[in-house]
Write a protein that binds this ligand. Sequence first.
Ligand SMILES: Nc1ncnc2c1ncn2[C@@H]1O[C@H](COP(=O)(O)OP(=O)(O)OP(=O)(O)O)[C@@H](O)[C@H]1O
Ligand code: SF4
Ligand SMILES: [Mg+2]
Length: 319
Amino acid sequence: MIRLANVRAGYATPTGFVGAVDGVSLTIGDSEILGIAGESGCGKSTLIKVIYGQLGGALSLRGGTVEATFRDPASGRVTVTPAERLRELWWKQISYIPQGSMSVLNPVARIETQMVDGLPDAARARGRQALRAEIEAFLAEVKLPASVLDAYPHQLSGGMRQRVLVAMAAFFNPRLILADEPTTALDVVVQKHILLLLVAVQRRQRNALVIVSHDLGVHYQITDRLAIAYAGKIVEVGPTRALFERPRHPYTAALIDALPRLGDRTPRQGIEGRPPDLADPPTGCRFAPRCSKAQDVCRRESPDLLDRAPGHAAACHFA
Ligand SMILES: Nc1ncnc2c1ncn2[C@@H]1O[C@H](COP(=O)(O)OP(=O)(O)OP(=O)(O)O)[C@@H](O)[C@H]1O
Ligand code: SF4
Ligand SMILES: [Mg+2]
């Protein structure tokens, strides 16, 4: 279980602080599939980095808490790990498939070397041959041929490379897999294979899976719960089907409304305008300039939301 409470995080830049995650509270259940959606630049990848504990460099936590609570299946012992120590769980309890991860693979090393080198020392101590056998058995379960281990990344297709990354992330039976846009840039058929693979792994290992995608269709197909990110905030979170059927936040409703529908040739309107600059976010509701309810319903019923003081965690009256 992961718990985020009022987390604020962002990047120090020469021109000031970019508050990419601003007042986010969220939980991730032990064996659920949580989706995160929202437009480009709304802070999805930053949120994933915070959950992974990949802080440092320009990215820092400025407030709130992040906590991972896992039960060791063997001993039954429960450990609680705070943000600054999440690194200790990498490749043991938590694994991460970063956005644009195709380029994560080292072009001059064979896949086997990369898989083995990524493992913790304790695993490597079992010996190369024993490990190779274990990895081959695991690859067979996720329907990847053992021959990929002898290949260099350039000898594999994009879809194959992404499958290898999923296998690498899942091999150690982690309690949580974080996948940031795992299917973007792949064709639809390959996308489907990768998603089915992620879901198969999640079902088999009963781990938690967080998938970031701007593609709502992906979330509809596979996630249990969906969180909608807008301008550094999570504006709505709930069971995926319910959220599609009864979106509460006007941003969620607009995203769903912009989806093309099978058999309907009417061109769909995107959402006009763009999210605000997170280096200088507006006060009050961040969606107000684009919200169809802002000037009538909202101004009439909850003007305080539109005009609140800086720093408040904007909650839409309707969400
Ligand atoms: N290394 C960085 N230094 C400074 N600002 C950054 C850095 N990385 C991201 N940002 C800024 O933080 C904000 C959130 O970025 P983030 O990558 O988390 O968004 P995102 O929702 O994942 O977008 P996308 O859908 O395009 O991947 C943006 O304003 C972005 O410009
Ligand atoms: S607070 Fe008002 S302006 Fe903001 S999203 Fe809700 S209805 Fe729209
Ligand atoms: Mg991103």
